[in-house]
Design a protein around this ligand. Structure first.
Ligand code: PMP
Length: 395
């Protein structure tokens, strides 16, 4: 007799994953996220984190987090609309708005939560969401929570976006165009100047998820909008605080009206407890550091260029990445995973990324170089790529 409490239907699905060779155990890190880590008991060079600026274990952020804990405790205590809003949250948002050169910022508990809450709050039945086909899963889920109609345009294809706008403009009240600022699997940048121009031509709103542009692109990491000098022309500029900023959280930067509305109708603001003080203290310190100097972003870009050029010279295909995200395209799924495993055995941790995260036949290892890597570490990683690449006949 089957016992539903043993979850046989899930066990069956897990067996299917095993049969397909895609069942996985989470890697376990012993210690902080650094350029070199002990992972599953082995010391390896870490090319798999989004800790772009090396802030996740930075002494200044840690000190600020400890001070915030001393002053405010470990938890915000409630959702912000009840009594979870502290002066430190307001200070963080004001500083972020200044940094982003926008009128106001509304923060969320994560980048994912931000998309899950903001998209449904600013669209409703009778509206249309037009989304780039390669947008992040949190945008897809956020759009699903909205009562607006949804459609997609071909990746970064402005002719197609214009066609969709032309066909739909008169059928809907508001139209919201959503794109990633930087696409996480290829490292290419959205054509924001043309997206902004099309939005103006067809009276649509724009929403840019800049998770991988925050702390990376623009002056001292102000993001993709700053990179293209589009301040005031993008309605909702979303950032994450978990990647380059090194902590956790997400935010919408834009107008005071947007902030005010999200404060009233952003469901994660109304129904989920605010960011903990330690995170907020560390975020404030990180933004101050970026406002003091471009040293961190300069180092990130120098390291990324150095690494990319060396891999390219060896004959690897690093796709058309325009950012520090460095995909090395292998193609075949099984070969991609074998390449990743072999690199690990040669002291380099770089994740294999295959279907369904990327299209079939475009398997890749995605290298994430950070500002904190030393040239010596990058050279060692390149040497491992060369050895394994030659052994596997990839170069
Ligand atoms: N948007 C994009 C484009 C992302 O890549 C990610 C993280 N993978 C998120 C949102 C979610 O951000 P967070 O990890 O802060 O929830």
């Amino acid at each position: 007799m089957s016992n539903i409490h043993e979850l046989p239907f899930l066990k069956e699905k897990l067996e299917e994953l095993k049969a397909q060779g895609v069942y996985r155990k989470l890697p376990i890190l012993e210690g902080p996220n650094e350029p070199e880590v002990v992972l599953n008991g082995r010391k390896v060079i870490n090319l798999s984190s989004n800790n772009y600026l090396g802030f996740a274990n930075h002494p200044r952020l840690k000190k600020a987090a400890i001070e915030a804990v001393e002053k405010y405790g470990v938890g915000a205590g409630a959702v912000r609309t009840i009594i979870g809003n502290m002066d430190i949250h307001e200070e963080m948002e004001a500083l972020l708005a200044k940094f982003k050169r926008e009128e106001a910022v509304m923060s969320f508990q994560s980048g994912f939560n931000c998309n899950a809450g903001a998209i449904q709050a600013i669209t409703e039945a009778g509206d249309l969401i037009i989304s780039d086909e390669l947008n992040h899963a949190s945008i897809i889920d956020g759009a699903r929570l909205s009562k607006a109609d949804k459609t997609i345009y071909k990746h970064n294809d402005m002719d197609h976006l214009e066609k969709v706008l032309k066909e739909n403009r008169d059928k809907y009240r508001n139209i919201l165009i959503i794109t990633d600022g930087v696409f996480s699997m290829d490292g290419d940048i959205a054509d924001l100047p043309n997206i902004a121009a099309l939005a103006e031509k067809y009276d649509a709103m724009t929403y840019v998820d800049d998770a991988h542009g925050s702390g990376v692109l623009g002056e001292s990491g102000r993001g993709t909008v700053d990179h293209f000098h589009l301040h005031g022309r993008i309605d909702f500029s979303i950032g994450t605080l978990s990647k380059a900023i090194g902590v956790i959280g997400g935010y919408v930067a834009g107008s005071r009206t947007a902030q005010d509305w999200l404060n009233h109708r952003g469901r994660p603001i109304l129904f989920s407890t605010a960011l903990p003080p330690a995170a907020v203290g560390a975020i404030i310190e990180a933004i101050k550091m970026l406002m003091e100097t471009t040293e961190y972003t300069d180092r990130l870009w120098n390291n990324a260029r150095y690494f990319k050029e060396k891999l390219g010279r060896l004959g690897f295909n690093t796709s058309n990445s325009q950012t520090p995200i460095t995909p090395v395209i292998i193609g075949d799924e099984a070969k991609t995973m074998e390449f990743s495993r072999n690199l690990f055995n040669h002291g380099v941790f770089v994740s294999g990324i295959v279907f369904p995260t990327v299209p079939k036949g475009t398997g890749r290892v995605r290298c994430m170089v950070t500002a904190a890597h030393t040239e010596e570490q990058l050279d060692r990683a390149v040497a491992a790529f060369e050895k394994v690449g030659k052994e596997m006949g990839l170069i």
